[in-house]
Design a protein around this ligand. Structure first.
Ligand code: UD1
Ligand code: UDP
Length: 357
């Protein structure tokens, strides 16, 4: 049996690393990189950090508008699928690479498995929400990270081949914990002490493409006077430069800016932060895994359990709410086992094996 995973962005390399490791042991598995992310710090650093072999194929689509990017992946991936003839295509998460991966495969009548299926923010202005909806409605197998995701699919009439596997990101955090302890150098590189800083990441279109939102968030970070480590996504860097906000950050004494970091460094930064400030999906969960309070620059989240459990607070791009949360937010309840047992990869493998072998 031949499986083929389509990846293209930073979080997808992490998710696919978990799945490809277990699949490779039992069947033929090919990794196709769409090229959506291409800077070393957003792409190939993860292949080194996570010990996965380089992709078998890089479509090299690069950046572009949603239409251009999705269209180019469709055009280039179709050729690979026709040539490789996989029995199953796996797509991950909710990016343009996910949607195009699903669409290329179903048009060729190749079954699709969606890893991280069933997530919803119910905000259709988010490009990711449209990607998730369409990917789920075109897929054949659903690997859901949470019970909420299973319930969301059910509400949309998707019942068959829906599997609650737990979250592959939780597997990743457990699996790479030792390597991170051993090899990460980021704390000494940035000269920060454990539990002496907050960590910030930011990249959602709703924040980076809106000058008011980005300005408000930057001002809140600076005015908080807390030491904040800020590895900056290339999209955010562009916007900070375009809106004249880079200078504000450079002049601030409490902000330590860096390039995006690799996964082993990132999990050190997360685990040792006092609080995490983010609009990332993956980082909200990792904050929960490490029991670090999370402040989310969004109005809603797909990872609603983390908010219900009081470990995550939604503050949007509201300066007062952000400052209040930085200074006073504190979780008040015990955590639950929300994201599985750290064997989501193995569960996905077993389901595929049972269906195809
Ligand atoms: C994409 C996903 C988002 C995911 C995120 C993970 C979509 C619609 N969005 O957002 O769901 O959370 O990846 O990080 O698929 N750029 C570079 N170098 C790179 C990559 C990007 O400079 O290696 C810059 C380019 O200016 C590009 C911009 O970042 O236009 C945005 O990149 P893109 O891949 O379109 O979206 P992300 O914001 O990364
Ligand atoms: N991440 C990383 N280095 C960084 C920022 C994030 O390794 O500088 C990791 C993070 O630990 C998480 C994943 O990238 O596992 C999240 O990716 P991102 O925030 O880009 O996308 P999202 O999860 O929002 O789709």
């Amino acid at each position: 049996m031949k499986t083929l995973s389509v990846v293209g962005t930073r979080p997808q390399f992490i998710k696919a690393a978990v799945v490809s490791r277990v699949l490779k042991n039992i069947l033929h598995h090919t990794l196709v990189h769409t090229g959506q992310h291409y800077d070393n710090g957003m792409s190939y650093i993860f292949f080194n950090d996570l010990g996965i072999s380089r992709p078998d194929c890089d479509l090299g689509v690069g950046s572009g508008s949603h239409g251009v990017q999705t269209g180019l992946i469709l055009e280039r991936l179709e050729k690979v699928l026709v040539e490789q003839k996989p029995d199953l295509v796996l797509v991950y998460g909710d990016t343009n690479s996910t949607l195009a991966g699903m669409l290329s495969a179903v048009k060729l009548n190749i079954p699709v498995g969606h890893v991280e299926a069933g997530l919803r923010s119910y905000n259709r202005n988010m490009p990711e929400e449209i990607n998730r909806l369409l990917t789920d409605h075109g897929s054949d197998f659903y690997f859901c990270p949470t019970q909420t995701a299973v319930d969301n699919l059910r509400k949309e009439g998707i019942m068959q081949d829906v599997h609650l596997t737990g979250d592959v990101m939780f597997d990743a955090v457990l699996r790479f914990a030792n390597d991170s302890e051993k090899y990460a150098t980021v704390l000494s590189d940035l000269k920060v002490e454990k539990k002496d800083y907050h960590l910030c990441t930011l990249h959602r279109a709703e924040n980076t493409d809106c000058k008011d939102h980005l300005k408000t968030i930057v001002e809140a970070l600076v005015e908080s006077r807390e030491l904040i480590v800020f590895p900056i996504h290339p999209r955010t860097k562009k916007s900070l430069q375009a809106y004249g906000l880079m200078e504000t950050l450079k002049e601030a004494k409490n902000i330590i800016m860096s390039e995006p970091v690799g996964f082993l460094d990132m999990i050190q930064l997360e685990k040792n932060a006092r609080k995490i400030l983010t609009d990332s999906g993956g980082v909200q969960k990792e904050a929960y895994f490490y029991q670090v309070p999370c402040i989310t620059f969004r109005e809603e989240t797909e990872w609603i359990e983390t908010v219900q459990d009081s470990w995550n607070i939604l503050v949007g791009a509201d300066k007062e709410k952000i400052l209040q949360a930085i200074h006073a937010f504190a979780p008040h309840s015990k955590q639950r086992t929300l994201f599985g047992n750290g064997n989501a990869g193995e569960q996905i493998r077993d389901i595929i094996q049972a269906r195809f072998l």
